[in-house]
Design a protein around this ligand. Structure first.
Ligand SMILES: [Zn+2]
Length: 407
């Protein structure tokens, strides 16, 4: 009994390894799967046969480049094994994408969102309509959608798909699982947006330099300030988290934040905070809900021309970010920092403050400045992060739900 079930566990684990290798490297031949997974040839034959029988993967033949000899047989995820819907909630809209099991984008549309903070109920209703719309456009039966992956800024429950606090809905919690459950059988997951950026960067990093990668922090600059951390925990295994960085204390009894507290990092480094500082508005003024990027562009242009208060606003923002990062590194370890989001367009103005804020920390004085890089397209990283997380969850669930061979 015991041997049977432990054999089964090993088999499941190995099946997940094979699927993960196909995810990372694309279509692979038998020998390549063996190279990447270090599994024996016989094990791979048994697993690929089972996965093929269960319609999870498929074989294709590729003619040898010389045109002679036997064609290579390649395995890959079957596109129609199942589908994923990605829902990206941003400050001004919601984007819906339909993706097949092989990770190919099939359909996408965006809908504008009204800036009504009390409209959590109405918002959920609109998400239901959006999901129904993407399904009807695809003409797929609903049970083919295996997973709905949602992202938002704000504080996400560590295990459940519950948005605990967000800049849009405040502390009006949204439980996506119970909101969608009567209509949808698919699994529902929720991720913090910057957490997904970190997930995508971590996956890229581990592919690029598998021996060296340990950890990385992604910092997103915009109306709100997000942070995601990714750490390597094993081969192809990463742990991602999104601490509540934007609302960590920067200055006791400092500027009023959108969350209602005083002195948060965001109350110095969020777009509304930079605007407030540049116009010398009192720091206890209720911050603007939404600041158009064009407004910030104007302040940045003035700062670059030497306008004192505008330059000071960006420098203060940089110091708040640098101080926060120095605390983060003191509590964790020295790790590279990737800066993303619409605020990267002002990094020339923020940089001096960021370095000044970081430089005050003992860990930085001892071990040197962390590597800081600016990553341009955040929305692509958010989407990649969704796919990285959601598709590997689908792989695991397919294996656990019983592709168990006939023995
Ligand atoms: Zn706050």
């Amino acid at each position: 009994m015991l041997t049977k079930s432990s054999t089964e566990l090993v088999r499941q684990r190995n099946s997940v390894l094979v699927l993960a290798a196909l995810r990372r490297h694309g279509a692979l031949a038998h020998t390549e799967i063996s190279d990447f997974t270090k599994l024996s040839s016989a094990t791979i034959s048994a697993i690929t046969a089972d996965l093929e029988k269960a319609h999870v993967i498929e074989k294709s033949e590729q003619q040898a480049t010389s045109g002679r000899g036997r064609p290579r047989v390649l395995f890959r995820q079957r596109r129609d094994c199942g589908y994923l819907v990605v829902v990206v909630i941003s400050s001004d809209g919601v984007q819906y994408s339909l993706v097949d099991y092989a990770g190919k984008l099939i359909d996408r549309f965006s809908e504008e969102r009204s800036h009504d903070p009390t409209g959590a109920e109405r918002f959920i209703a609109s998400v239901k309509v959006g999901l129904a719309r993407i399904l009807s456009r695809s003409k797929l039966p609903q049970e083919k959608v295996l997973l709905i992956s949602i992202s938002s800024k704000g504080l996400v429950h560590p295990t459940d798909p519950v948005l605990v606090w967000s800049p849009i809905f405040g502390s009006n919690q949204i439980d996506f699982e119970s909101a969608l459950r009567p209509d949808w059988r698919a699994r529902v997951i929720l991720g913090n947006e910057t957490q997904l950026v970190a997930a995508a960067l971590g996956a890229n990093e581990e592919n690029a330099r598998p021996e060296d990668f340990r950890s990385l922090a992604a910092l997103s600059l915009g109306h709100s300030i997000g942070l995601g951390i990714v750490r390597r925990t094993g081969q192809g295994e990463r742990e991602i988290s999104a601490p509540n960085f934007g609302h960590m204390l920067h200055m006791a009894n400092g500027g009023l934040c959108r969350c209602g507290s005083k002195g948060c990092i965001e109350a110095y480094a969020g777009f509304y905070a930079i605007l407030r500082m540049a116009f010398e508005v009192p720091l206890d003024t209720i911050p603007a809900k939404f600041v158009p990027v064009a407004e910030l562009d104007k302040i940045a242009a003035q700062a670059r021309q030497g306008h004192r208060m505008s330059a000071f606003a960006f420098r203060q923002a940089g110091i708040a970010l640098g101080n926060g990062l120095s605390r983060l590194l003191s509590l964790t370890e020295l790790m590279p920092i990737a800066i993303a989001g619409p605020g990267t367009r002002y990094y020339d103005l923020l940089r001096q403050g960021v370095e000044e804020g970081l430089g005050q920390a003992h860990v930085v004085r001892m071990e040197g400045m962390p590597e800081i890089r600016v990553v341009p397209d955040e929305s692509i990283l958010v989407f990649e992060g969704h796919l990285d997380r959601a598709l590997s969850l689908i792989d695991q669930e397919l294996v656990l739900s019983g592709i168990q061979g006939s023995d």
